[in-house]
Every structure is written in C-alpha cells, then in structure tokens.
Ligand binder design. Structure first.
Ligand SMILES: C[S@@+](CC[C@H](N)C(=O)[O-])C[C@H]1O[C@@H](n2cnc3c(N)ncnc32)[C@H](O)[C@@H]1O
Length: 282
C-alpha cells in the first residue's frame, strides 16, 4: 500500500491552485481554434513559404538545400511558432520532429497502406485529443491506492471514472470493493475495447465500461465521480457535477483544479510526481 498525505493547509491549496490556474490561462491564451488545425496550419504555411523562398536561395547561392535539411528547418520554425502561440511543450516537440521524421519515412519507403493504418490507429487511441483536448495518460497505482482510501465504505456506493482510458484505476478499486459498483465512461475506441477485455480477464463483475461521452451522461446516479482529464473541461465539468449529483457526493480530480473553486481537501500521493488529488464535497 502506498502513502498519501491529506493536506488542508490554505497555503498549499493556494500554491496548487495558482500552478493550475497558470495552466488554464496558458491554454485559454491559445488561438481558440482546435489545436490540431492550428498546428497543421503552421506546418502547411511554413511548407508553402519554403516552396516560395527556396528557389530564390538556390539562385543566390548556386546550390539547393537538401530535402532533409529543409524539413529540419521547417520543424525548428514550426516548433518555435507553436511555442510562441503558447502551446504545451509536447505540441512543440511534435511540431519539431514531425517534418524530419517524414523524410525518414520516405527513405524507409514502407508500403503505402502503412500511412492510413498509422493515422487510423493513432486516431482510435487518442480520439479525444483532437475533439475534447484531453490526452490519454494513466493514473498510477499509488494514486489508485490513495483513491481507495477516499471512498466511503458504504455497500452499493456507485463510483464513475469520467474518461476511463484503459479502465485500470477503477479495476483496482472494484476488485477491492465487491459490494460497490463502478462505471468507466470512455469514447476513444481502442482504450474502450481494451478496458472491456481487461475487465473480463480480471473478473471485475461489479465494473462496467460504457461507450459514453461524459457530457451526455447524467451524473445523478453516482456517489463519487473521479476524473483525470486536462485543465480545459474542468470548469464546465464541475458545474455539471454540482447541478446533477446529490448533495454530499464527492467530485475528485487528479491534478487539474477548478478555477476559483478551492477544493475542500487536497491529498498528495507519495509518488515520484507528487500527484495531487483534489476533493470537492458537493
Ligand atoms: C488522461 S486519460 C485518464 C484515463 C483514466 N481515467 C486514468 O486515470 O487512468 C483521459 C481519458 O478521458 C477520455 N475522454 C476525454 N474526453 C472524453 C469524453 N468527452 N467522453 C468520454 N471519454 C473522454 C480520453 O479518451 C482518455 O482516455
């Protein structure tokens, strides 16, 4: 069993909130367009700019720039622009490495079907990155153990993981609490399918995975709602939970706070990233 520290000091709450507020502000300062369109637009604009400028460079210098170095330059500029547009660091890295990687792929010359299969596979796993701006990363075992300590012991308790990924978090809990019911809501096809399979293998009969958009789910039937999403959906999700869930229910968020609504309790997990669980009693 891992350690978790319950912290209710205003100082730490304020610091955590300030950190997370910064993340929210950073997101909201972006262009307002879906990030996938902005980043693709940056790459396309730089590519066409290159097509216009490079012939002149070749004329002046008397030598052309090899395609690989064109793509390295495009990657660097795209990364810089994405950084200046205040995107998260992982977008900056993707923008930087994508163009030279494309050249490596062209050199390797894989069969043509590999490209749509790769794109399709990534889409099926990371469906909600483009649509809901929520990536796929998983709650670790130490955090799941701390979450277990937070759950009321009452038989029949209904617990939901909004955006359940591979379903691992609630699987741990459902195997420990056979007299309670657990629900995972997920709309990315691959994690959804895999989590159903893993539940069957684990014999988690009290845990159902639903192919369900969290925004379309009525939350009134749940006593505890857990989420590990991103700063983007938190304000609207908290409002939804507050409107729909019964008084006294718990709304628990891993790492992402609700701006201007300090949590009632904060729990710090003794893992390497000092994961914070924020708990609101509705
Ligand atoms: C960061 S992962 C967390 C996975 C899991 N809860 C855990 O903690 O290990 C967020 C998950 O939410 C899913 N998701 C995002 N928006 C969603 C939505 N509107 N409806 C259902 N699932 C959603 C994503 O596909 C992703 O699997």
């Amino acid at each position: 069993m891992h350690d978790c520290k319950m912290i209710v000091t205003p100082l730490l709450q304020t610091r955590n909130n300030a950190d997370f507020h910064l993340m929210v502000i950073k997101e909201s300062r972006q262009t307002g367009w879906p990030p996938i369109l902005v980043t693709a637009g940056v790459q396309a604009a730089l590519y066409f700019l290159g097509m216009f400028i490079l012939p002149h460079v070749a004329n002046w210098t008397g030598m052309g720039v090899p395609f690989f170095w064109q793509m390295v330059a495009q990657g660097l500029l795209a990364g810089l622009l994405t950084y200046l547009l205040r995107f998260s660091m992982w977008w900056v890295v993707i923008q930087g490495v994508a163009p030279p990687l494309l050249v490596v792929f062209l050199i390797l010359d894989p069969p043509v079907w590999v490209y749509p299969v790769l794109v399709g596979g990534l889409l099926l796993v990371f469906w909600n990155v483009a649509i809901n701006r929520v990536p796929l990363y998983l709650t670790n075992r130490a955090t799941a153990d701390c979450l277990h300590r937070l759950l009321p012991k009452r038989a029949g308790l209904a617990v939901a993981d909004l955006g359940s990924g591979f379903g691992g978090t609630l699987r741990v809990l459902s195997l420990k609490r056979r007299n309670q019911t657990f629900f995972g809501l997920e709309t990315a096809p691959v994690p959804w399918g895999i989590s159903i399979l893993l539940n069957r293998l684990a014999g988690a009969g009290n845990y159902r995975i639903l192919f369900q958009d969290i925004w379309k789910q009525d939350l009134s039937g749940f006593d505890v709602v857990y989420c590990f999403l991103s700063p983007v959906p938190m304000p609207a999700l908290y409002e939804k939970a507050k409107k729909e869930m019964k008084p006294g229910s718990l709304f628990i968020s891993n790492s992402f706070t609700v701006p201007d609504v300090p949590p009632d309790r904060t729990l710090t997990v003794e893992d390497s990233r000092k994961t914070t669980l924020m708990i609101w009693t509705l």
